[in-house]
Design a protein around this ligand. Sequence first.
Ligand code: BG6
Length: 504
Amino acid sequence: MQTDVPHSGSKSANLQELCVVVLGASGDLALQRILPALYTLWSLGTVPARLTIVGVALTRLTQDEYRQLALNAILAKGEPGFAADPGLSPADFVGRLHFLTGDLQDSTVYRQLKSSYLGRSRQNALFYFACSPQLFGIAAEKLAQNGLAGMDSQAQGFRRLMIEKPFGTNLQAARELNSLLHRYYHEADLFRVDHYLGKDAVQNLIYFRFTNTIFEPLWNRKYIDRIEIVLAENEGIGRRGSYYDQAGAARDMLQNHLLQLFCLSAIERPANLSAAALREEKVKLLRSSRIPQHSRELPAFVRGQYGTAGLPGIADGRAYRQEMLVHPQSTTETYVALKLYVDNWRWQGVPFILRSGKALSQRYGEISIHFRQCPIDFPGAARGANRLILRIQPEEGVSMRFNTRAPGGAEREQEELVGTLRDSASAAPGPYERLLADALHGDNTLFIRFDETEEAWRLIDPMLSSWDQPGFCALQEYTSGSRGPDISCLYRNHPAWQQNSVIA
Ligand code: BG6
């Protein structure tokens, strides 16, 4: 893939020897996503055979205990859907894992990393920031100050940082983090992760929109009544309480994943598929977008938190406030919904309703395009509006709802035409495999440029700060295993809204 910033030139050429350092190595992200993805890449030969992985975390674990944890996590993922070399088993892979107990705020661990694993300057190294987002700045700074990475490091191999989301906690914090990073690093060595961009189904949105001539003429305010984007999850927060209670749904899902889906649904056609062209369109769209004025009578957003169980299986029957490492009076939202408008010729007046929540009745992600009601009808028959659904997960598909005449009868009914493009067990590499491989090759196409993140914060910052005003947007409790809080207020005053068609 093309990149818009040159990567580190000669430093990218030699991929024979690689050290991956995972910061925050005992957390769910590292164990359940990053290590299994690294295993897959290693077993496919995508990463060098001379691979060392060093996990760093505050948790006290011996090397063997860590290897066992990693092995369990990789085995629990099952076989990758595509052919891996059977000679390269998960047990062989975990033999390459090393573990360091250490505090990322303290220089000792960086000195240990250097003396034990990263002493050779020709070695390439990738630092994966899977630790608490509050530590991103300090860890980046310490890596550079200890000569492990950064523009002043003596390394001849590349030294790259993959930084998870959320990037900052608001606009100002994101800017501060970014300028700190730029003090020590070249932009070409920074890979800001949003793993949704590594999903095949998400990439496919661009192709769907811009290579099918039948959709483009309809993709505007003249034919579309509203667009709804949903990322629903049926699990609670599991072991991630200490992170999630600081983040909440808005910072965990909305500022990044949901807004990326919004961008891909609404941008203009990029000049080409390069990172630069795509990002330009996304930033332009975000700059033209706004959350409308919020009031009690006409809300623009809703936030909720899961309470006790509706279904015993969901979040193990626990309310959010009973989850491990969550404050018992926490007001962190586990559900967020909001309305956006885009002030341009294509979308003026068309609401985009975005929502995401934990501990809901089902896990799915989709973009649902609600077309306008047909302007005139035959007498006596109800007419439904057409709807096109682009399903992102669990399986990737497209469905279209249209009106037909019931066989043999005078009545009309709505038919759903459903097409599955790929199921979840498809042979495509997962998002973390793809993003890790791209970062190793210095390709930043599927990573976030700072101005994207900045515009996303600019858009939602006023909403986040208004939540501090008492009663302005009260936190609603919803039953876990339900569909979440009632968000019909977001559609108030919207002429074409039919209650039954909105909340899936
Ligand atoms: C992560 C969030 O970025 O995405 C998690 O931190 C969330 O809270 C996850 O569960 C969802 O990703 P996916 O790929 O399972 O939809």
